[in-house]
Design a protein around this ligand. Structure first.
Ligand code: UDP
Length: 141
């Protein structure tokens, strides 16, 4: 199986709930290693740019407003099949539809305040990791 990297964000709702450690424990239990991390209070410009693919969607304005409502914890994760594995840990976008025991089922309140972001493909993972960690140390281990 391929060793991959993915970009994960613990969103403002989950940071406010003080569950960063509980979410990190799930990454670790699934064999995903944190290889870079930073806490950021995103600007509107950063959030808008990060979610540019959704800019024509009706929820875009609310999404940017939510993502800038408080600090987020951003990490690059590395491990076997890291992209799909992290998506499995996260659960469906809508926490009501997320499988039992997933991060969103356990910590998210709604489809917009849904606790975590995870890259959905290798190309987006590379772009998203560069978006937040370009020029910084990323510690493959
Ligand atoms: N989102 C929303 N309303 C929707 C669909 C999506 O607020 O009806 C937000 C939600 O925070 C989601 C993000 O937009 O996580 C990106 O949507 P995507 O479909 O890429 O879901 P994800 O990959 O995060 O599961």
């Amino acid at each position: 199986m391929a060793i991959e990297r993915t970009l994960s964000i613990i969103k403002p709702d989950a940071v406010a709930k003080n569950v960063i450690g509980q979410i990190y424990s799930r990454f670790e239990a699934a064999g995903l290693k944190v290889i870079a991390a930073r806490m950021v209070h995103l600007s509107e410009q950063q959030a808008g740019q990060f979610y540019a693919v959704h800019k024509e969607r009706p929820f875009f304005k609310d999404l940017v407003s939510f993502m800038t409502s408080g600090p987020v914890m951003i990490q690059a994760l590395e491990g076997e099949n890291a992209i799909a594995r992290n998506r499995e840990l996260m659960g469906a976008t809508d926490p009501k539809k997320a499988d039992k025991g997933t991060i969103r089922a356990d910590f998210a309140d709604s489809i917009d305040a849904n606790a975590v972001h995870g890259s959905d493909a290798a190309e987006t993972a590379a772009v998203e990791i560069a978006f937040f960690f370009a020029g910084m140390n990323v510690h493959s281990r």
